[in-house]
Design a protein around this ligand. Sequence first.
Ligand SMILES: Cc1cc2nc3c(=O)[nH]c(=O)nc-3n(C[C@H](O)[C@H](O)[C@H](O)COP(=O)(O)O)c2cc1C
Length: 377
Amino acid sequence: MKNTAQPLLEEYQLGDLTLKNRVVMASLTRGRATNAGLVPTPLMAEYYAQRASAGLILSEGTWVSAKSIGFINVPGIYTQEQVEGWKLVTQAVHANGGLIFSQLGHVGSVSHPDFFGGELPAGPSAINPQTRSFTPDGFKDSLTPREFTVAEIKQTIQDYKQAAKNAKEAGFDGVEIHAQVGMLIPQFLSLATNQRTDAYGGSIENRARIIFEILDAILEVWDSTRVAIKFTPVALSHVGIITPDEETIPIFQYILRKLSEYNLAYLQIVGPAEDLTGTPVAILQDDYFSHFRRNYRGRLMVNLGFTQESGNAIVREGTADLVSFGTPFIANPDLVERFQHNLPLAEGNQETYYTGGENGYADYPRALYNGAMAQSD
Ligand SMILES: Cc1cc2nc3c(=O)[nH]c(=O)nc-3n(C[C@H](O)[C@H](O)[C@H](O)COP(=O)(O)O)c2cc1C
């Protein structure tokens, strides 16, 4: 239905999926898979089901293999037990009328030997990403990783494919490839972390190759309209040595041109968290999402710091098709209803973002409003 006042609340056709609205719940790692098998729990199913009025839910980043781990208590989707756990989640979301994609991730070198029985994690090159990993003993500095062999790269691509297959079995409606900074894919894209001299390093085409090999493998399992990808093209700080350089814009232009041929569910772009003035990507400062809109032929989802007002505005002006909200969904399970009725938003407790068990997780209340008020809108 058309909603000119709030285009965010319009129904949206995503391939053969009908989204109730354009409000997407962004992926949120919450560290609640507190069991040895990293299996999703009934509490997680309750939490996701509470948020099913979103047009689409994106699951927290989920490991595609035991080798892809780099953060504690994050669930995987590589064992049968994990698939069974995810079934609880997808069934609960569907029972409440929602849709949910699985976000498939691998942290590459941004991990720690504590996750691998003392063995080093692997990355595109043996270069320390100079960031931190959240281990069972707290945050620890990253180390110099091993360099992936080509056979390991091929195996990793197969791991994504198997995870995508598992996501289908678990009842997800689609998958999103997690290519935010901090993850494996950007480590291949950046010259700071990729100095390979084989088919996966050097030229823009070579550094971006892994994206398309992963996509092609996943497309053997899913229709392209159920597959998406999320990038943070210009993360400036808190992400170690991967920062924008002279090749950032050209490599993304290449990636976007190629992705435009795939007819994906959508491309999700995270905005800049900081001022880009004086950086190699300064040209994007006043032309960020519209730059990606112009360079990508397909559905665009935008993210970072959006509000009811700015989310409606960017859809209304035609720059975005979908808007994802991360932190607002933590303390507002009924975010969509709050937008519908112009209700204030609750603030989440940052202490329980990544830890805390039941506290600060599925216990945030819905806003109190009565039927009469709802009908008068
Ligand atoms: C607690 C927390 C966990 C997050 N975990 C993930 C994740 O697993 N995968 C991902 O792509 N982004 C993750 N993000 C980033 C969000 O998806 C989103 O991009 C970011 O919060 C900006 O959107 P917002 O301003 O609406 O919060 C996380 C953010 C927060 C606050």
